[in-house]
Design a protein around this ligand. Structure first.
Ligand SMILES: Cc1ncc(COP(=O)(O)O)c(C=O)c1O
Length: 428
């Protein structure tokens, strides 16, 4: 038998898996990293991750994890998470947002992603409509996997790319899920109280209209960046503003972005028990528990409010310094007459920037026609890698981009702005 032949042979697989597309952001970042590995000097501002040398996880959290392993916490955790962590999370959310969940209404998992997957699985049947704003992160993929009909509602810079009740109202009739995120990836902007309140009221009215044989309109609220707000920005949760939506709202967050702990893998969802129990059952077959030691260590760390707040204030300051420095750099480019713009930092680890360069001619004589071509030009001419909003479901015409600061060194920001200046000067 020729084993090479067998190794190379492929058969038909599920249609879903066959047509699944990976994350465009990861694809872009991988391409950029390949060029970096081949010796090119590129500033890679594409990925929503942290350089641990700049942004480390809390020292106490790290030591707690090591101690927990040394103390033998290496067997299965309970399927919905350690009671200690669930209770700690419920108390923290109560203290921070006035949310009133029991520990049985908290589900712990290995980061935010499994919980998004479980929310979709628990609520969505094939063909159900899921409404979400674009640009936003990955809802298109979760819709695809769950055979949902994705109803994408494009937002604009005038409202900081946040959806409004006015924008959404024509799309929610007969929809099953409204997927919201604040602070929002990719924009680093957040809902105002009034805006979120109006959306909540719209959902409430829509549900009053439906009869009990129908599914209600559920809200999935991704608040994984909620601890990262700056200046006057305040984070709000739908159930905090409208407690009557408690029965139809699932919220999700975790430590990935709150503690620069993307590789540690602890996240949680809160919601009514009847949905949380089903999500737990779904994930028990996936086995996406957060490791027991990490869960215990996270609970210990969050319980120590002094350690938590001193870590958060230092960590947030470092992110904000970078966002401000990039924002000021873009203002300088704008003042110099270039067609660029930026939205002042509000939250998360992203700056929304614009290169309004459609129709401009490059030194090679090419005309820039869309966001992807502008992105390529900025990458090749300025050696700065960003993610176009079209990778987050916005139209290919969009000239807005996500700039992520989790791997940016302060000393690199001036050279980056200078290189952008140089590249912009070469366009006609
Ligand atoms: C908006 C948003 N939600 C959820 C996640 C997933 O977080 P986790 O790494 O905990 O799975 C991310 C990660 O980038 C995100 O940006």
């Amino acid at each position: 038998m020729n084993s090479d032949l067998i190794k190379d042979r492929t058969y038909k697989i599920s249609e879903m898996a066959d047509n699944l597309i990976g994350s465009e952001i990861i694809q872009l970042a991988t391409e950029v990293n390949k060029r970096i590995a081949a010796g090119e000097k590129i500033y890679n501002l594409t990925i929503g991750d942290f350089n641990p040398e700049i942004f480390s996880i809390p020292e106490v959290l790290k030591n707690n994890i090591i101690n927990a392993y040394n103390n033998g916490m290496t067997n299965y955790p309970p399927a919905n998470g350690l009671p200690y962590l669930r209770k700690t999370v419920a108390d923290w959310l109560n203290e921070s947002m006035g949310l009133d969940y029991t520990e049985d209404e908290v589900l712990v998992s290995s980061g935010g992603r499994p919980l998004i997957y479980a929310t979709y699985r628990a609520l969505i049947d094939s063909g159900d409509k899921v409404v979400f704003p674009t640009p936003s992160w990955n809802n298109n993929h979760y819709c695809y996997i769950n055979k949902a009909e994705a109803i994408m509602v494009e937002t604009d810079s005038e409202k900081d790319f946040m959806p409004t009740a006015e924008l959404l109202e024509d799309h929610i009739k007969d929809a099953t899920l409204l997927a919201l995120c604040s602070p929002l990836n990719p924009t680093g902007t957040a809902f105002s109280k009034e805006n979120l309140q109006a959306i909540c009221d719209m959902v409430w009215e829509e549900n009053q209209r439906r009869d009990s044989s129908q599914k209600p309109l559920y809200i999935f609220y991704d608040q994984i960046y909620w601890t990262l707000t700056y200046g006057d920005t305040v984070h709000y949760n739908p159930v905090q503003l409208r407690p009557e939506l408690r029965d139809v709202t699932i919220s999700m967050d975790g430590i990935s972005k709150a503690m620069a702990a993307t590789g540690v893998r602890v996240g949680w969802a809160t919601g009514p028990k009847y949905i949380i129990d089903k999500m737990k059952a779904i994930l028990s077959h996936v086995g996406s528990w957060a490791p027991k030691s990490e869960q215990y260590a996270t609970a210990e760390f969050i319980s120590d409010r002094n350690a938590l707040s001193s870590y958060l204030s230092e960590y947030k300051q470092k992110i904000e310094d970078r966002l401000d420095a990039f924002y000021n750099g873009f203002q300088k480019l704008k003042d110099a007459g270039f067609n660029v713009d930026a939205i002042a930092p509000q939250a998360a680890m992203y700056l929304t920037v614009q290169f309004d360069l459609k129709g401009k001619q490059t030194p090679d004589g090419d005309i820039l026609n869309n966001g992807k071509e502008i992105n390529q030009y900025v990458l090749n001419a300025a050696k700065v890698a960003l993610v176009p909003f079209s990778s987050f479901g916005a139209s290919t015409d969009s000239t807005w981009f996500r700039l992520a600061v989790g791997v940016a060194k302060m000393e690199d920001i001036e050279p980056i702005i200078n290189q952008l200046h140089q590249a912009l000067s070469q366009l006609k």
